[in-house]
Design a protein around this ligand. Structure first.
Ligand SMILES: Nc1ncnc2c1ncn2[C@@H]1O[C@H](COP(=O)(O)OP(=O)(O)OP(=O)(O)O)[C@@H](O)[C@H]1O
Length: 303
């Protein structure tokens, strides 16, 4: 199925005209470039320099100063109604996350890690308490405003954020750029560049079903980086991966943190991930059990 055919299918079912217009422009660009434009898609479209970095030249500090948290949770509760019974998945979480941290949330199954990630990623709002993103109370924002901020600021590497099965690897990476109304030609250069840095240039035409689990995870990473967000949230990024692919992904995220200053937040069961952390938050039964600050030496000891 060609991209144009996929768009026609979507059109008849959904008809979100703005997105469709944008996708159509992409399709026409594809059709033209299929004939071979000979352009260099591997030069870094995020930067004027050829440093091989995702970092854009316009990347700047988000918070006013380093003492101000990028994300702040105060007395956050998440309650689920189970028939007559109310279940507290999070019980009064207080947590400040600063720009440039590599924060790992560790906890057993059912401790509330994914619930916490949904709140940190502004995908959900707390039942009680407040989540501030760059000093803005997220529950006071309109859904459209929240979606816009989320789209610009946060890249998600979640197992549940599945790739769209009918779109190729490259088209999946292009999607967030379409939502940001990125110039089609630049968007395509960005997608090609990102697929190159996650080592999947040769798979750009493949559908997700034609990729291994680790390759799909790498596409999800490329997609999460497409809009060059300053915050990356990852829920079990190494889950179901062989150790080699898992290490590759963690080293990649580590590089984004150390070289690009991106804020990385990961929740996991995987103790191996701790060695990359600047702080480890231990979660148990919906509460923070303890927080550990890690120095470089401690991180190296674990290796
Ligand atoms: N929509 C929901 N309705 C009711 N209970 C829920 C809901 N979502 C999560 N829970 C419960 O909240 C608790 C925390 O769930 P959560 O998914 O955050 O845990 P987790 O630490 O991420 O677990 P895992 O490591 O197994 O993914 C669990 O007891 C779960 O059953």
């Amino acid at each position: 199925m060609t991209l144009t055919e996929i768009i026609e299918t979507f059109k008849t079912k959904l008809n979100p005209s703005k997105i469709m217009d944008s996708l159509e422009r992409t399709a026409s660009f594809y059709d033209e470039s299929e004939n071979g434009s000979g352009e260099d898609l591997k030069s870094n479209p995020y930067s004027n320099s050829a440093s091989g970095s995702v970092k854009s030249s316009e990347a700047t500090r988000i918070t006013l100063n380093e003492k101000e948290p990028l994300i702040k949770l105060t007395d956050v509760w998440k309650l689920y109604q189970m028939g007559e019974v109310e279940f507290a998945a999070l019980k009064g979480i207080d947590l400040d996350i600063y720009e440039g941290e590599f924060l790992v949330g560790l906890g057993p199954s059912g401790s509330g890690k994914s619930t916490l990630m949904n709140l940190l990623g502004c995908l959900d709002i707390p039942s009680k308490g407040t989540v501030f993103l760059n000093s803005k109370d997220i529950s006071e924002l309109e859904e459209s405003e929240l979606a816009r901020i989320r789209g610009q600021m946060i890249g998600f590497i979640f197992q549940s954020f599945n790739l769209i099965p009918t779109l190729s690897t490259e088209e999946n990476v292009l999607l967030p750029l379409e939502f940001q109304e990125e110039d089609v030609q630049l968007a395509r250069k960005k997608a090609a560049y990102l697929l190159d840095i996650v080592g999947l240039s040769d798979k750009r035409k493949n559908l997700p079903s034609q990729l291994s689990g680790g390759q799909r995870q790498r596409v999800a990473i490329a997609r999460s980086l497409a809009v060059n967000p300053p915050i990356i949230l990852a829920d079990e990024p190494t889950g179901n991966l062989d150790s080699k692919t898992g290490d590759y992904i963690l080293d990649f995220l580590d590089g984004l943190n150390k070289k690009e200053g991106k804020t990385i937040i990961i929740v996991t069961h995987d103790l191996e991930i701790v060695k990359h952390a600047t702080r480890v938050v231990y979660i148990r039964d919906g509460e923070i059990e303890k927080i550990e600050i890690r120095t470089k030496n401690e991180s190296e000891e674990i290796k």
